[in-house]
Design a binder for this molecule. Structure first.
Ligand code: C2O
Ligand code: CU
Length: 502
């Protein structure tokens, strides 16, 4: 409630129909004029993008409650349409995406287009960039899609991120050099909704109440070896990597007992567009005995690098090309720091054998690990070398015991915005002052690792007590959330706003 009120105070969106909204009342900030989602600057920036515009692509999606069959276990959840993931949205860079979202839920919702540098008033943050879409109502999102790559969309309401509400958004690159014969989207997700009565809300309450000391349990669902309580979903305890022990890990909505199979011609090179749609799980992913040629991070190209495994944190995407020799090859995504894994198979068309027992760990999992900070941006997307005008320290704070995750010691209820002027380059030094990993995500921008030629990203994993610097080019006016992509940390208030002012 408090949070809702302070968001409203900050944004003053309610009732504002058009024009710049003056916002000087935010506590602790300079009395400068914020460029709100409804400001003229947002429209002007969109005009520049529209200059390159291609076709208009229209989609109709219903947010609804439905029953999902997880290898024979039927759960009730919320999703887009009636599948997990929801229907794929595929457009080309420069197209105008027009998607009508019909809210058939009993709760309000919004859609956030994760990773896209679009106009601020389409960003899907309730009370900040739009009013939430009420039950029974619809809202049409319409914006120019600027950059090719692998993206996804999801709601930005409460804990719905830990349900089945997500779908891939693929932006094709008219100039893609290719280098592959086929492609497949793999969306990884940690699942608890509806399993033995578990809900995201109940899990959040338990996290706040338990101090993360391993309350609750799933009765051996995923071979957990610590204390089992009764009912609900277990807490992972003191792991650096996550708070919640999930009963299931899915690839494209399917648990390991009923895995998805991607079938391609023998020896084909398949581009895997891998997306972590999970809420509290970082996945360590490897494929059969094959190395992976990583070509894109968060949709943006890098100088390709060959590795054996990648760590994919919540919100992140990695595109990698792998060869599929004759046979059946497992894709195993281990829940890092936890037990359990997600599974998919790659199969060549000349193989008729049924899938064997899944291996629990592949040699590749202990092989060469992708280091995003060491990757080089492809020349076409590298920031031009230039010193940032300013450096801002951002402390990632909080702990498991009081579950008080925040930024600079503040929860979102009382956040202090990071103020920027259009055209600036700002370095954010992220200092993790906690004992947990935090995948930090910035809306509306693809920043770069600081230093010449750093890879472009919109979500970056910051390890316990680690410090890392990212450079943001302020070229997309508006009010943009910057937050931890752990759903439960976000709900606890681990968020602030990159706020354009003038
Ligand atoms: Cu996928 Cu606010 O984020
Ligand atoms: Cu976090």
């Amino acid at each position: 409630m408090d949070r809702q009120l302070s968001r409203r105070r900050f944004l003053a969106l309610g009732g504002a129909s058009a024009g710049a909204v003056l916002l000087a009342a935010c506590s602790g900030s300079k009395s400068s004029e914020r460029i709100a989602a409804t400001a003229a600057e947002v429209g002007a920036r969109e005009q520049q993008r529209a200059a390159s515009s291609g076709a208009v692509r229209t989609f109709d999606v219903a947010a609804r409650e439905y029953e999902l069959d997880l290898a024979g276990r039927v759960v009730k959840t919320r999703g887009y349409g009636s599948t997990v993931p929801g229907p794929e949205v595929r457009v080309r860079a420069g197209d105008t995406l027009e998607l009508r979202l019909q809210n058939q839920l009993r709760e309000p919702t919004t859609v956030h287009w994760h990773g896209l540098a679009i106009r601020n008033d389409m960003d899907g943050v309730p009370d900040m960039t739009q009013l939430a879409i009420k039950p029974g109502e619809s809202f049409t999102y319409r914006f120019v899609v600027p950059d090719p790559g692998t993206y996804w969309f999801h709601p930005h309401m409460g804990l719905d991120l830990d349900r089945g509400m997500y779908a891939p958004l693929i932006v094709e690159d008219p100039a893609d050099p290719g280098g592959h014969d086929a492609e497949a989207i793999l969306m990884f997700d940690d699942w608890l909704d509806g399993i033995d009565g578990a809900t995201p809300e109940g899990t959040f309450e338990r996290l706040k109440g338990s101090g993360g000391m391993g309350a609750g349990g799933m009765g051996g669902m995923s071979g957990m070896d610590h204390d089992m309580g009764s009912g609900g979903t277990g807490m992972a305890g003191m792991s650096d990597w996550g708070d919640v022990d999930y009963p299931l890990h899915l690839v494209n909505g399917r648990p390991p007992a009923d895995p998805v199979t991607v079938t391609v011609a023998p020896d084909a090179r398949v581009r895997l567009r891998m997306i972590n749609a999970g809420s509290d799980t970082v996945y360590r992913i490897a494929v059969g005995r094959q190395p992976m040629l990583v070509t894109h991070l968060d949709g943006f190209p890098i100088e390709p690098v060959e590795v054996d495994t990648v760590l994919l944190s919540m919100g992140e995407r990695v595109d990698a090309t792998v060869r599929v020799p004759s046979g059946l090859w497992p894709v195993v995504a281990l829940a890092e720091g936890k037990t359990g894994a997600a599974l998919a198979w790659l199969r060549s068309t000349d193989t008729s054998a049924s899938t064997p027992e899944a291996p629990s760990r592949l040699a590749g999992h202990d092989g060469r690990l992708l280091d995003p900070a060491a990757a080089r941006a492809a020349a076409a997307v590298a920031f031009e070398p230039r010193q940032p005008e300013r450096t801002v320290e951002v402390d990632l704070s909080g702990g498991m015991m009081s579950y008080n995750w925040g930024i600079d010691g503040r929860s979102f209820d009382e956040f202090r915005p990071i103020e920027v002027n259009q055209g600036e380059r700002v370095r954010l030094r992220l200092r993790n002052r906690s004992m947990m990993v935090h995948p930090m995500h910035l809306h509306g921008h693809t920043f770069a690792f600081a230093g010449e030629g750093g890879a472009r990203k919109d979500t970056v994993l910051v390890r316990p007590m680690e410090s890392l610097a990212i450079d943001v080019v302020a070229d997309n006016p508006g009010q943009w959330m910057f937050h931890c992509h752990n759903t439960y940390h976000l709900e606890a208030g681990m968020a602030t706003v990159l706020s354009y002012v003038q």
